[in-house]
Design a protein around this ligand. Structure first.
Ligand code: NDP
Length: 307
């Protein structure tokens, strides 16, 4: 257990998505002694089937892009520990981070926690999680070969999930609200796909089934109906995962985003935050902005520690 050596790192980065890994890359270049602790190496990006807005890569899968981030992080000396962080405590010297039964001590912390999928909060959603309900088409589409499924949502994630699912499922309904937010360029691709049908659905009432999902009750095309499906993919955006941050007294806004200044500093001395879960970058939640926030945070930590 690392704490027995009483080692105190200069920095612990919590989260191993684009923000956390870029914070590590910059910390390594500044020779700031640090480790990265993250539950999902690569973060949510690994689920993206295609990315074409990361400069230098015309088209790449999320997994391949994040593998490159990880390789570069490690090559520069960053140590990545795969574990979920249970708690962060303030101490006299800085902070103690509790993760996977170990304790890590650090003078400073960068929270780069990313987001978690937004839930619909309707009856049946928890019950059928993993039994027909999924928040990740890239991970689970293959289990729905030849089946009839629905995707809830009207953003880029929902559109991409439906297109990906069409390689496996026989029929995909997109249950979308009136206002859609996916890139207009996707509309034609969706309309041309013979397996995909767009359905106006202002609300989902309940997910039905026995052992597994068998249908969904929705307000679809203006009337309440039960739609027979065997899979339901929920792609309705994300919310910040900030429980451990709030426990430390870090301020969040009314939507639970971590409040940061232009240096990515929070209201607690020694605590920075970067990436999708912050109020930074005008809340424009992209890989490039998360990466940039990680770099700014690491640069700011360096200035605080060394100057
Ligand atoms: P978005 O926030 O863009 O879209 C969420 C969608 O879900 C909206 O249409 C919203 O409708 C709908 N919604 C929200 N709550 C419910 C509910 N309870 N029931 C039904 N529908 C609901 O989230 P995304 O995850 O799609 O995208 C997040 C960000 O990531 C965006 O900036 C997007 O551009 C980006 N992204 C980019 C990709 C790329 O390839 N470049 C791929 C995937 C995402 P309403 O507005 O009415 O609430």
């Amino acid at each position: 257990m690392e704490s027995k050596t009483k080692k105190i790192h200069d920095l612990v980065v919590i989260g191993a998505g684009p923000a956390g890994l870029c914070a590590s890359i910059y910390a390594s270049r500044y020779k700031v002694d640090h480790i990265v602790i993250g539950e999902e190496i690569g973060g949510q990006v690994v689920e993206a089937s295609e990315i074409e807005n990361w400069p230098g890569e015309k088209l790449i899968t999320g997994k391949n892009l994040m593998d490159k981030f990880v390789e570069q992080t490690k090559d520069l000396g960053g140590k990545i520990i795969q574990s979920s962080v249970e708690k962060v405590e303030k101490t006299n010297d800085g902070f103690t981070i509790y993760a996977g039964g170990n304790k890590y001590n650090s003078r400073t912390v960068i929270f780069a926690l990313g987001m978690k999928p937004r839930k619909m909060n309707v009856p049946g959603e928890d019950k059928f999680m993993g039994k027909g309900i999924s928040y990740c088409a890239t991970c689970d589409a293959t289990f729905f070969k030849g089946k009839k499924v629905a995707v809830v949502g009207g953003g880029d994630a929902a559109a991409m999930a439906a297109v990906h699912l069409s390689d496996f499922a026989d029929k995909i309904y997109i249950l979308r609200r009136k206002e859609i937010t996916w890139n207009p360029a996707r509309q034609e691709e969706l309309e041309k796909n013979p397996k995909i049908e767009l359905v106006l659905s202002e609300s989902i009432k309940e997910v039905k089934g026995g052992e597994r999902v068998s249908g969904v009750i929705c307000e679809c095309d203006g009337k309440e109906e039960e739609m027979d499906i065997e899979g339901l993919f929920i792609e309705i955006g994300s919310v910040p995962g900030v429980t451990i941050v709030k426990e430390l007294g870090v301020e969040v806004d009314e939507q639970n985003y971590i409040k940061v200044n232009q240096n990515q500093e929070t209201n607690i001395g020694g605590v920075w935050a970067a990436g999708d879960a912050t109020t930074g970058s005008n809340k424009f939640r992209q890989i490039i902005t998360a990466a940039a926030e990680g770099a700014v945070a690491a640069g700011s930590v360096y200035k605080k520690l060394k100057l």
